[in-house]
Design a protein around this ligand. Structure first.
Ligand SMILES: Cc1cc2nc3c(=O)[nH]c(=O)nc-3n(C[C@H](O)[C@H](O)[C@H](O)COP(=O)(O)O)c2cc1C
Length: 327
C-alpha cells in the first residue's frame, strides 16, 4: 500500500511536512498546497521558500498548480523544473467560492473547451521536457454525472495519475464521497486512479485497500498522525490472525497499543518552534497552531475544557501554559 499526503493549504507547509516526516513518516509522496501563478508572476518569494529543495530534503514532494491559464502553468512549471521538480499536479478540485468564480479549481470543470486547450499546451510542454503532470479532480461542479464527459477529456491526455476526490464543488468537504463515480473512474480511466476522501480510520483504509493500492490521505493524518503506523500494525495483525474479524483485531489493538503521546508532543514542538522561526509573533504562529488543534483535539477524550483554553490563548505564554495542562 502506498500513501500520499494530500495538499492542505495553510497546514501542510514545509515546516509541517518536515516534522511529519521526522516523527511519523511512511509517506510516498507529499503534495504541496496549491500555488496560483499569474501571467506576470509565476512564483512568489513565499512559493519559492515553501518549495525550494533546501526546505524539502529527504521527502518526495509534488508541487501543485492552480490555474486555467497555460502561460501561467508553463511559466511556473519551468521555474519549478529549474528547482528540480519533474512531477507536477494540476488542481481541478478546489471548491472555494472565490476560486471557482474565476473558473479555476473545481470551477474549471464545466469549461470543457478551455480545459482541452489548457491540456493541449501543458501536456505538449510536459512531453518535450520529460515532466509528469498528474491531476487532482472532483467529479464535477454542479452534478456528479458531469464526470462522464470530464473523464472522456482526461482520457485523451497522458495524465500520470488521476487523483479522484469523489465529490462535486457544492459538496465542499461534507457528506459521503460518491463511491459509485470513483468505481466508474477506476473502470474507465486510462491514467492510474488514486482515491482521496474521508479515510479517517484503519478500517477505512483496509476497506479501500481491497481495490486501491495507493490512497491519498488528508484530514485523517491530522486527526490521527499515527494513522499509517497503526494501519501497518493492523494489516500485519490481520494477516496473522485470520480467524479474527476486522473489528476484533482493531479492538484488540486499540486496547493493547497506547498512543505514543511523547512522539506526538515532539512533533508538536518541532512545528511550534519551526513556525516561531518563520512567522511573525505571537498571533500568526498561534493562528496556525490553533488550526491544527481543531484536528488534534480528537486525540484527547474528555479534555474539552483544556482544548478550549488552548483555542483562547493570545500569546506564547498563555499557549504554553494551556498545552502544559495536556502534556
Ligand atoms: C484546510 C484544507 C486545505 C486544503 N487545501 C488544498 C490544496 O491546497 N489543494 C488541493 O488540491 N486540495 C486541498 N484540500 C483538499 C484536500 O487535499 C483533500 O482533497 C480533502 O481534504 C479530502 O481528503 P480527506 O478527506 O482525506 O481530508 C484542502 C482541504 C482542507 C480541509
Amino acid at each position: 500500500m502506498k500513501f500520499y499526503f494530500a495538499p492542505l493549504e495553510g497546514i501542510t507547509r514545509y515546516i509541517f511536512r518536515n516534522a511529519y516526516e521526522k516523527y511519523y513518516g511512511g509517506i510516498d509522496k507529499y503534495f504541496a498546497p496549491f500555488i496560483s501563478p499569474t501571467d506576470n508572476c509565476f512564483l512568489t518569494p513565499k512559493n519559492v521558500r515553501e518549495l525550494c529543495p533546501e526546505h524539502n530534503q529527504g521527502i518526495k514532494l509534488v508541487p501543485q498548480i492552480l490555474t486555467n491559464n497555460s502561460v501561467a502553468f508553463i511559466g511556473a512549471a519551468k521555474e519549478l523544473y529549474d528547482m528540480g521538480y519533474k512531477e507536477l499536479n494540476l488542481n481541478l478540485g478546489c471548491p472555494s467560492g472565490t476560486v471557482c468564480a474565476k473558473k479555476k479549481g473545481a470551477g474549471f470543470l464545466t469549461e470543457w473547451y478551455e480545459m482541452e486547450q489548457l491540456f493541449d499546451s501543458i501536456y505538449e510542454w510536459a512531453d518535450s521536457n520529460n515532466v509528469k503532470i498528474s491531476i487532482k479532480t472532483r467529479l464535477g461542479r454542479f452534478a456528479p454525472e458531469e464526470f462522464y464527459d470530464i473523464l472522456e477529456i482526461y482520457n485523451r491526455y497522458p495524465i500520470s495519475e488521476l487523483i479522484v476526490h469523489p465529490r462535486i464543488e457544492k459538496d465542499y468537504y461534507k457528506g459521503k464521497p460518491r463511491m459509485e463515480f470513483y468505481e466508474y473512474a477506476v473502470e474507465h480511466s486510462k491514467a492510474p486512479v488514486i482515491y482521496n476522501g474521508n479515510l479517517f480510520t484503519c478500517e477505512d483504509i483496509i476497506k479501500r485497500s481491497e481495490t486501491s493500492d495507493t490512497v491519498m490521505l488528508g484530514r485523517g493524518l491530522l486527526y490521527n498522525p499515527e494513522l499509517i503506523k497503526q494501519f501497518v500494525i493492523y494489516e500485519d495483525e490481520c494477516n496473522e490472525i485470520k480467524t479474527y474479524d476486522l473489528i476484533d483485531v482493531t479492538d484488540k489493538l486499540c486496547q493493547d497499543k497506547a498512543y505514543d503521546f511523547k512522539n506526538f508532543w515532539s512533533f508538536h514542538d518541532e512545528i511550534y518552534h519551526g513556525y516561531q522561526e518563520i512567522m511573525a509573533p505571537d498571533k500568526n504562529v498561534l493562528f496556525h497552531m490553533k488550526e491544527l488543534w481543531t484536528y488534534w483535539k480528537e486525540l484527547y477524550t474528555d479534555c474539552d475544557r483544556e482544548i478550549r483554553n488552548i483555542l483562547k490563548t493570545k500569546n506564547y505564554g498563555e499557549y504554553e501554559a494551556a498545552i502544559r495542562q495536556l502534556k
